[in-house]
Design a protein around this ligand. Structure first.
Ligand SMILES: [Zn+2]
Length: 455
């Protein structure tokens, strides 16, 4: 019986294509395909400068050799040779705060639209994301596991995705998208629409938080996302509120750490941020309303600040004028200059992300949003943030990292996610605002997805 049952399970597993939790899903093998970038100047994602003339050999999915001396290749090996002519080779960009499922649909469609349609929309957006030179995204909420799998299997062209799955919130918190008629919730009763599709989960006790966190880990989350304070985009959460209790946050932290990974929280205010740090949270998303004491605490504890250049400009998420969302947005963006000033003053570990929501047009400005950091940083600093530093943040997922290997750097042994830029972005950061024209080659996992160099 036991034998037959295990045979049945094995067969069903094969038939359904099921896979164990947290098991790395790799792209279809690139075989021993190889590419030689000749005569490029390398921005390596860590040092602030570009190298002298260099040659870079990619074999399979990793960078095999970097040398200022010529690298010989076997003419029969079918190596693709790219004549760089002194152009810049840099790591693929990483967006540290992305929502692959929520970029293109309107908020209403994301909540109530047809799930098949939303997935196809997200697939199309994923292709565009990669074609903007963003080879990896850290996804901070949304039912993204299917999209990630389709990309990893080569069904859809898109970036690597570090998924959080559903973001976990409380009743009335950021991520509770219910209408007033859906209150009260019957404890143990039917799930809300966003819970059914895996967009967000509502949890109102340590035990509920534990279940919801563990469910996301079961589904393959590389980190667990909770909303520790009010937000801009959701209907019911004033910006000033702190949401979870410390015991609730701690339950999520324990669940994540038992799986070798970490909890990150959405929070803006000192109270929400400090409560999360007290509970063992390792990464803070946003932080725009923080104060000196909170920044000092982040520095002391080595907490990552994953912050976005939110300003009241053309990149702001569109909300109706005079709406509560718009009022909260205006309140929040007033803190943006301050949070970057504190990040610099206290030398916080700082990650770059855009958090684009509900607008295909805004997504096209993903690189332009990075370039906007010149308001606070040098071009070399901001490029290092979106490559090497973001790559370091991704490694916090430990054994739950879906793409083991180094990302965000050009060095021997690192995963081969590379951009060939038509010029030097450290001298002219505007180059990254127009990826269609200026990113001539885009490589992910050793595979060339774009090459517009004349052949
Ligand atoms: Zn977000």
């Amino acid at each position: 019986m036991k034998y037959e049952l295990s045979r049945f399970v094995a067969a069903a597993t094969l038939a359904l294509g099921l896979h164990g939790p947290g098991i790395a899903q790799q792209t279809a093998p690139a075989g021993e395909a190889s590419t030689l970038f000749q005569n490029v100047r390398v921005f390596d994602g860590r040092s602030g400068a570009v190298s002298g003339p260099t040659n870079v050999l990619v074999k399979g999915r990793t960078i095999a050799r970097i040398s200022s001396a010529p690298i010989a290749v076997d003419p029969n090996a079918g190596t693709t040779v790219i004549a760089g002519n002194g152009r810049t080779l840099m790591p693929g960009l990483i967006d540290g705060h992305w929502h692959a499922m929520l970029v293109r649909p309107t908020a209403a469609a994301a909540i109530s639209g047809d799930v098949g349609y939303i997935n196809l929309m997200a697939g199309a957006e994923a292709t565009d994301t990669l074609m903007r030179g963003f080879t990896t995204v850290r996804d901070l909420g949304g039912p993204v596991f299917g999209l990630k799998r389709a990309i990893d299997e080569g069904l859809v062209v898109g970036p690597r995705i570090y998924p959080s799955g559903a973001m976990i919130s409380i009743t009335g918190g950021h991520g509770d998208f219910r209408q007033p008629f859906e209150v009260p919730r019957v404890i143990g009763g039917p799930l809300t629409r966003m819970e059914q599709i895996g967009g967000s989960m509502i949890a109102d006790s340590p035990d509920e938080v534990r279940v919801r966190a563990r469910e996301q880990l079961l589904l393959g989350a590389s980190q667990v996302k909770l909303t520790a304070g009010g937000g801009v985009a959701s209907p019911h959460s004033p910006l000033d509120v702190s949401t979870f209790t410390e015991a609730e946050l701690r339950a999520a932290v324990e669940a994540a750490e038992n799986w070798g990974t970490y909890v990150t929280v959405h929070a803006y205010t000192p109270r929400a941020i400090q409560g999360a740090i007290a509970a063992g949270v390792k990464v803070l998303e946003h932080g725009h309303l923080m104060d000196e004491a909170t920044a000092r605490l982040l520095a002391e504890k080595g907490i990552w600040l994953s912050v976005q250049p939110f300003l009241d400009d053309e990149d702001a998420t569109p909300f109706p004028p005079n709406s509560s969302n718009r009022a909260r947005q205006l309140e929040m963006v007033q803190g943006t200059d301050n949070v970057y000033a504190l990040a610099k003053k206290y030398k916080l570990k700082t990650a770059f992300g855009t958090d684009v929501l509900f607008s295909a047009a805004l997504a096209t400005r993903q690189g332009a949003q990075l370039a906007k950091l010149t308001r606070w940083y040098t071009p070399a600093e901001l490029l290092t943030m979106a490559t090497g530093a973001n790559g370091e943040l991704l490694r916090l997922s430990g054994p739950r990292n879906p793409y083991p290997g180094k990302l965000g750097v050009v060095e021997e042994g690192a995963l081969a996610d590379l951009l060939l830029v038509d010029g030097n972005p450290i001298e002219n950061i505007k180059l990254i605002e127009n990826p269609e024209r200026n990113f001539l080659v885009i490589m992910k996992d050793g595979k060339i997805y774009k090459n517009t160099l004349p052949r």
